[in-house]
Write a protein that binds this ligand. Sequence first.
Ligand code: RIB
Ligand code: CA
Length: 308
Amino acid sequence: MTARSFILDTDPGQDDAIALFLALASPELQVDAVTTVAGNVPQPLVTENALALLSLCNRSDIPVYRGCERPMLRDLYTAEYVHGPRGIDGSELPPTSTSPEKQHGVDAIIERCLQAEDGSVTLCPVGPLTNIAMALIKEPNIVPKIREIVWMGGAFHEPGNTTNLSEFNAYVDPHAAHVVFTAGAPLTIFPLDVTHKALMLPEHVDRLEAFDTPVSRAAVGMLRFYERYDVDKYDIPGAPLHDPCVVAYLVDPTLFVGHRTHVAIGYTDETTIGNTSEVEGMEANATIMTDVDAERFFDLVVTRVGSL
Ligand code: RIB
Ligand code: CA
């Protein structure tokens, strides 16, 4: 079986970290590169976090490319109130001496796409879509090279988590999301509609803790820090594990249920900025996921991250 390779575009973020761990622990997948984008916390923190996470997993062979410093038009809006000042608070990762590549993340995405066969590149943005949009604007010829863009973001029939109408990744850079939604590349979206059904319960975290490895200890510390915001905000028994849904889908798409639709995003009016919606009567431009087999999903996450 040939592993499915992909580029993880990320703003670590505790849930981003679990997504990366799951990818590194999955023989079905190959992380070709990590590109970082300002989101949960600013640059250079997201880049430093990506380097530290890869170093913790002894995978500093995977190149990290520093991407955009801010959204395309709007000022950067960050989420230290959820993720802590460092962005992956809750665990003390060992210091790393590794550095990002010299090439910019946007140029790395473009170069890797142009070098690839048509329809072969999988891009997995799990933060604001700034890097992906900038690559599409700078080099539209990457579109035929893309097999699938798999994005964690948006909220369609679920309240937002940043405003009541918008999810964080969509809210931070709605203009970038509009560019991606209209680019014509195959697009699969994991919105809050499905990630709010993937709640990491205390028993899941306890099972992960029992592995007692450097990675599982880091993951447990991050998760126990990260969960408090959503548990308090939504009065729910566990934190939604947003970004790992993207990686789990690459491993086993049968974990999820979705449908084809036309997606659009508000980017002009401050009251609806970042609001993603399904538009009836227009040609489908995306698959949005709406349900998950949570028990199988968490079995996958816990056993694989625990195995790292
Ligand atoms: O709304 C959840 C998303 O915003 C996740 O990707 C999380 O890491 C933050 O980036
Ligand atoms: Ca993220």
